[in-house]
Design a protein around this ligand. Sequence first.
Ligand code: MLT
Length: 202
Amino acid sequence: ESAFIHRYEPATSAGSPPLLLLHGTGGDENDLLGLGKMISPGSALLSPRGRVLEHGMPRFFRRLAEGVFDEEDVRRRALELGDFVTEARKQYGIAAPVAVGFSNGANIAAALLLLKPDALAGAILLRAMVPLSDPPKAELGGKPILLLSGQADPIVPASNSAKLAALLSQAGARVEHKVLPSGHQLSQADVTLARNWIGNVD
Ligand code: MLT
């Protein structure tokens, strides 16, 4: 069962990669449409709502505490999201998307990259952390990944985002990791960096 409530907006310009928009805890399928348009105007936007509820707040997988994940659920939900992407690609006739994930959405995108690399063409991971303590050996074959972390992020320690960058690089991804002078929240710098990055990705 991989039906997700979602929004889909078709591309308005050929040649822009489709984006898979993955919201943070308490967000929904509408949250990141504006961000997606700012990052890559013209891209098709595929935006699912996380199916796990935490006190009524949608998320993409269960956690035991902030930053402590139910890893069995992470694995199951990431594969379920991968199935959704496969079905949506058929339904809408789109190429493998570049994920744009924030916080919990970035963490499920990182898990998806490690568990089912073919699902994504690349990823922009905003405030992501290591999603699995014992990840499978993934082959990311040069996939482009932009990881943007906040220097004063109370949820993601610097050592954790550095570890994620290393993990993805060792799996063969082309990782660009930048640490911004911000906390867990996004800033204008995130938008500018993401927009420039996606414009130059091949
Ligand atoms: C998570 O649960 O994925 C992280 O703690 C980030 C968050 O959603 O706050």
